[in-house]
Design a protein around this ligand. Sequence first.
Ligand SMILES: Cc1ncc(COP(=O)(O)O)c(C=O)c1O
Length: 435
Amino acid sequence: MLNKANPKFQKSQSALRNALRLIPLGAQTFSRSHTQFPEGHSPLFATKGKGSKIWDVDGNEYIDMLSGLNSVILGYQDPDVDSAIKDQLSKGITFSLSTELELELAALLVDLIPCAEMVRYGKNGSDCTTGAISLARHITKKERVAVCGYHGWHEWYVASTSMDGGIPLAVKELTHAFRYNDISSLEALFKKYPEEFAAIIMEPMNSDEPKDDFLQKVKDLTHKHGALFIFDEVITGFRFALGGAQELFNVTPDLAIFGKAMGNGMPISVLVGKEKYMKHIEEVFFSSTFGAESLSLAASIVTIKKLRDKKVLEYTWAYGEKLKDAVQTIIDKHDLGYVMVLRGLAPWVIISFKETPQISQNALRTFFQKEMINEGIFILSSHNITLSFDEKDFQKIKNAYEKILPKMALSLKEKNLIERLESPILEPVFTVRKG
Ligand SMILES: Cc1ncc(COP(=O)(O)O)c(C=O)c1O
């Protein structure tokens, strides 16, 4: 139920009404749908992006801290990437044969990613996480998988979530979740189903840093039980380090999946791994029409070379760190640490709200998002830093926090935060990252 819709989102609201008649959910992705943004107080449809900014259908401009769901690392309309795409477009898009672009990108990936000896491409992260699981099942001749984090929309993974509609029981029974930084939760699975696991797949890190050698312990335990050790680096890849979290934490998996940032917004993902495993993918059905679409391959080559040669990650790390420190200072100044915590590493800081007896974390997140959007900062619940974020953006983001956090503190003190929302409290689709 819409309370007081802000007139500056009139066109977004009308596009949503039309969309909902034609498109269930009104969007193609949960995290860019109307269910994730304060009702009547958020843009819902974009018209363009440039650098760190996006514009909505009403003509409002925002600093986009969501960065195309983390798929953009250089910024929108990066001139080098765009010119590579245009150049390739003049030659064609999808051919009836492979192209040498596939080799060029493969060589770059093998050079940069510690576990990569061979590669296969997909379009979405989910294509390649699914390819990795099929490959592990094929190699080990075992069926169970253990998961930790988010790994895409395919059956074998969503079977482990609360959003498991349409998934056969037989599939659900084979997927088990374990907890990050809790090795005993994985030990318990191996104990319950000895030698039955094909693979352990995990995000090497999202909101919490690995503690007490956790990643190495998972690797050792996985190998001890004859399973393959897989890192889902769809977000951490090309964001934490060029070689992903495996390079940063110096723990090399058997297989890994990269996606998102590698194409600066173009649809491309990759399954990489050791030759002794990867060569068996020929025996698994991993094959698609658009797997070798050439605009994305060309974009990815240029993106990765630019990340490598222009020291982009040094910039995004330093920027993210500076922003994290500035925001932490504001949190501390207003004594909000009991409800708001910054987690994760500088290039991908996750803002986590805490439940209190007085207020729910979802109410806090709704308030925060609505107020940030009102200040021209488009945000979900993380700082997804790109090369295009500049000093002016920094000041604008900092000013927004400086304006909003005292309001949050005051409304918590006066116990009227919910009345100030003017929109229903948002619910996450499901939670896999610490909220
Ligand atoms: C860690 C991780 N793995 C896999 C995926 C799935 O990628 P895609 O949505 O491109 O299929 C995502 C998407 O957000 C992700 O964050």
